[in-house]
Write a protein that binds this ligand. Structure first.
Ligand SMILES: Nc1nc2c(ncn2[C@@H]2O[C@H](COP(=O)(O)OP(=O)(O)OP(=O)(O)O)[C@@H](O)[C@H]2O)c(=O)[nH]1
Ligand SMILES: [Zn+2]
Length: 410
């Protein structure tokens, strides 16, 4: 619907509203032949309809000339470097006007935003945060509507859409959403799926199979050899082999990694990167979906979930500078360095991803972690008055993690 259309009745433009037609008038036909209605609710004058139609034909020309907007889905396991890729692409800038859509798992997106586009000058045209929940299932309708609204809000201002999915989302149903949703179909088309891999941890993800993982939706197929990482690699039209710096001195590891990936997706172009440093030309305008149907991974409409994965979100008071060390040693490292012997046996589960906004006295500190590796750096001003940390991982227990924190910062 173009915003130009305005069918509302208004007296000076449309002339006097004829007295209510009762249907019993002798010259009924004559009356009806002289007024036009847009479906019977309002009466509008001839010249207004002519003007509206003229507007329509102009706006239709502009919409047909503004081609459909391509969407690239950026996927990849937790912490692989998707946001770093978005940040790098923003830094490099491009002649395309790019909109970013963020679909985070576990309401960490405002933390994500604080990190992704840390450098304001090349910020993105539009930023749409779909918030908590999987776009692939629960959020679908909300997601489609939000994307359509974003496009309507800025007609002609968006050339390309990059959609960063949550690290544990199955990309297939999201791709299908763009492919099959007649609403969206009119505005956008799916250009390709870009999967970012963490070269250091990806094999651990692929080995982390469990009989609990399954498809849900219209077809339940128990798959105990698949992980979400398999799907993200299988669906890739481009593979960014990120964090090369973490394995570059181990030829053997690189060779084994490549064999493993090729066993899942034999032909996808692979690009090794450090901090997702890659030319945008290698990623956009792939038209990867023009030639083929969206693969029916696990049957139509079903999506793959690993129920062991969950999020623990902690909101707590700001920290004092003198508390910070204790917080880091007796809380953070106890949680993240379990595998390295810093143990506290009543802490269950395995943290795969940590994101936090910490207020240490009046300073904003951003916490970023992937499994046992974490970093804390100065963040942008925030309206938040509390610290917030989101842990995403396997078999996490909210209560024991919250208790551990409260023991450290009474
Ligand atoms: N050593 C190293 N660290 C990297 C590289 N790329 C990204 N990182 C770091 O890895 C962490 C996670 O990066 P993000 O870009 O936030 O990962 P993500 O895929 O967006 O994470 P989620 O959105 O939580 O799934 C951050 O601390 C990055 O600075 C890299 O090539 N090498
Ligand atoms: Zn889902």
């Amino acid at each position: 619907m173009s915003a130009l259309k305005d069918y509302k009745y208004n007296e000076e433009e449309d002339g006097e509203l004829p007295s209510l037609v009762t249907g019993t008038e002798s010259d009924l036909n004559d009356i009806l032949n002289h007024v036009k209605s847009d479906g019977g609710i309002n009466i509008v004058s001839e010249d207004k309809i002519a003007r509206t139609n003229l507007q329509n034909s102009n706006s239709d020309n502009s919409t047909t000339s503004s081609r459909k907007i391509p969407v690239s889905i950026i996927t990849g396991y937790l912490g692989s470097g998707k946001s770093t890729l978005l940040e790098k692409l923003a830094q490099k800038g491009s002649d395309k006007k790019i909109a970013v859509i963020l679909n985070e798992f576990g309401d960490s997106s405002e933390i994500e935003k604080a990190m992704t586009i840390r450098n304001g000058e090349n910020s993105y045209q539009e930023w749409l945060d779909l918030g908590n929940g999987c776009l692939c299932c629960s959020l679908k309708n909300v997601g489609v509507k939000a994307i359509e609204d974003m496009i309507q809000r800025s007609p002609g201002k968006i050339d390309y859409i990059l959609l960063e999915t949550s690290g544990i989302a199955d990309p297939a149903p999201i791709a299908k959403m763009f492919w099959q949703d007649e609403g969206l179909n009119s505005n956008v088309y799916i250009d390709g799926i870009i999967t970012v891999l963490d070269c250091e941890h990806i094999v651990k993800c692929l080995d982390d199979v469990s009989e609990q993982t399954h498809w849900h939706g219209d077809q339940v197929v128990l798959e105990d050899k698949l992980t979400i990482a398999h799907l993200q690699i299988a669906m890739a039209d481009r593979l960014i082999m990120n964090k090369l710096d973490r394995i570059e001195n181990d030829e053997n590891k690189i060779m084994k990694l490549e064999q493993r990936i090729r066993s899942i997706n034999s032909e996808v172009p692979m690009f090794y990167t450090k901090f997702a440093d890659i030319g945008i030309d290698k990623l956009l305008d792939l038209h990867a979906f023009d030639a083929r149907n969206v693969p029916q991974e696990g049957g139509s409409g079903s999506t793959f979930h690993d129920p062991r994965m969950s999020t623990v979100t902690l909101n707590f008071r700001p920290l004092k500078t003198q508390e910070y060390d204790k917080f880091e040693k007796e809380f953070l490292q106890v949680l993240l360095w379990k595998e390295m012997g810093v143990c506290n046996d009543n802490i269950q589960g395995e943290v795969h991803r940590t994101k936090g906004l910490l207020l240490v006295d009046d300073k904003v500190r951003v916490l970023q972690g992937v499994r046992d590796t974490y970093e804390v750096f100065d963040g942008e001003e925030t309206s938040s008055r509390t610290c917030r940390i989101v842990f995403i991982g396997k078999s996490l227990d909210q209560k024991s993690i919250a208790d551990l924190l409260h023991n450290v910062i009474k």
